[in-house]
Design a binder for this molecule. Structure first.
Ligand SMILES: [Zn+2]
Ligand SMILES: [Zn+2]
Length: 311
C-alpha cells in the first residue's frame, strides 16, 4: 500500500487553494465552502499543536489482525487519549460555534456539560469510532441538544484528535495490503475518492500510479489504494453496474455511483488537477454532485455534515 505523504506545512495552503478553485466555478456555494474552510483551518492549527501531545500507541497484534480485515484502531481503548481529545474539544467547539451560529446554543450546552464533568467524552469518542452510538441519544437528551449536533461536535473533535496519530500509524503501515472499502486505520467509510495523476518526479509516491484509485477517510484523513473497479461498500466489480455522473465543463470532479448497492462517492480526478487538493475541502466543494446523485435516487456512502440534502 502506498500512503500519500502530505506535508503538514502545506495543509493550510491546500485548504485555501482547494476552496478558491471551487469558489471561482461555483460561487453559489460560497457560504458553505467558507464555513467548512474556517473549520478545517482551525482543525489544521489544532492538529499541528496536538502533534506534540501524541504518545506512541501499542499496536501489538494489530498488524496481524489487519490481515483479517480488522482496522488498526478497532480494538484500542481511547482512555490514554483523553488529553488529545480534551485539547481538540477545547479548540474546536468555539470554532464550530463561530462557523455555524445556528447551532451555537447547542454547542454552548455541550460545552457546559463538559465543564461540569457530566459529558463522557472518551466514551462518546469510542462509540463514534465503533459506530455504536449507544449513549448518544441519552446524552443529547440530558444536555437538551439535538443528537445530530452532538454527533457533529464529536465527529469534529475525534477527527481532530485522530489526525496526527493516524498520520503516524499510516506511515508505519508500509506496503501492507488492504483491499477493503473502509479505512485500515480507523474503520470509517471514505468521504471521497481520487484518481491519482501521473508524477513528474521519479521516486515520488505517485510514480506510475496515474489513474489508480485511492479512498480518503473523512475521519482520520488516511488515504489508501483500492481496485479502481470495485465498489467500496458492496465489493461489486461488475462494470455494468458502475457509472459516474459529472457536470458539463467541470473536468476533474465526478461522482461514482453503484447500481448494485445504490450508493455514491464523489471522486477527484487528479489527472485533471494541477495541485494536490485538501480532500476534505474538495469533498465539501463537490456538494453539487451530491445533489445530482441524490436527485437520481442514490444515497451517500457516508453521512457527512454537508451531504444531507433536504427534499
Ligand atoms: Zn480513518
Ligand atoms: Zn456497491
Amino acid at each position: 500500500m502506498k500512503n500519500i505523504p502530505f506535508n503538514g506545512k502545506t495543509i493550510n495552503q491546500a485548504i485555501h487553494t482547494t476552496a478558491e478553485y471551487a469558489l471561482i466555478r461555483r460561487p453559489a456555494l460560497t457560504d458553505l465552502i467558507r464555513a467548512f474552510t474556517d473549520l478545517f483551518l482551525q482543525k489544521d492549527r489544532c492538529m499541528a499543536h496536538l502533534s506534540n501531545h501524541i504518545r506512541p500507541v501499542d499496536l501489538t497484534g494489530s498488524h496481524d489482525r489487519m490481515m483479517s480485515g480488522i482496522p488498526l484502531l478497532a480494538t484500542l481503548s481511547l482512555a490514554p487519549w483523553r488529553e488529545p481529545l480534551e485539547i481538540a474539544f477545547e479548540w474546536m467547539l468555539p470554532a464550530v460555534k463561530q462557523t455555524f451560529p445556528v447551532i451555537g446554543g447547542d454547542v454552548d450546552a455541550i460545552m457546559g456539560s463538559y465543564r461540569d464533568g457530566s459529558l463522557q467524552l472518551v466514551l462518546l469518542a469510542e462509540e463514534y469510532l465503533a459506530g455504536s452510538f449507544k449513549h448518544y441519544d441519552p446524552a443529547a437528551q440530558s444536555i437538551g441538544v439535538s443528537g445530530d449536533t452532538l454527533g457533529f461536535v464529536m465527529r469534529t473533535v475525534l477527527s481532530t484528535a485522530l489526525g496526527p496519530l493516524a498520520s503516524k500509524i499510516g506511515e508505519g503501515m508500509g506496503d501492507k495490503a488492504w483491499s477493503k472499502g473502509y479505512c485500515p486505520v480507523c474503520g470509517t467509510l471514505p468521504s471521497v475518492s481520487f484518481l491519482a495523476g501521473p508524477s513528474g518526479d521519479p521516486g515520488e509516491f505517485l510514480k506510475d500510479t496515474g489513474g489508480q484509485k485511492f479512498l480518503h477517510c473523512g475521519l482520520c484523513s488516511h488515504n489508501w489504494r483500492i481496485n479502481r473497479h470495485t465498489c467500496p461498500v458492496c465489493d461489486n466489480t461488475d462494470k455494468e453496474f458502475q457509472m459516474y455522473l459529472m457536470e458539463p465543463d467541470q473536468p476533474g470532479e465526478r461522482v461514482d455511483v453503484c447500481h448494485k448497492c445504490g450508493l455514491y462517492l464523489p471522486c477527484v480526478d487528479m489527472r485533471e488537477r494541477e495541485a494536490m487538493p485538501h480532500f476534505d475541502t474538495a469533498a465539501v466543494c463537490m456538494v453539487h454532485l451530491d445533489i445530482l446523485a441524490q436527485k437520481q435516487g442514490f444515497k451517500p456512502l457516508s453521512d457527512l455534515p454537508w451531504n444531507r440534502i433536504e427534499g
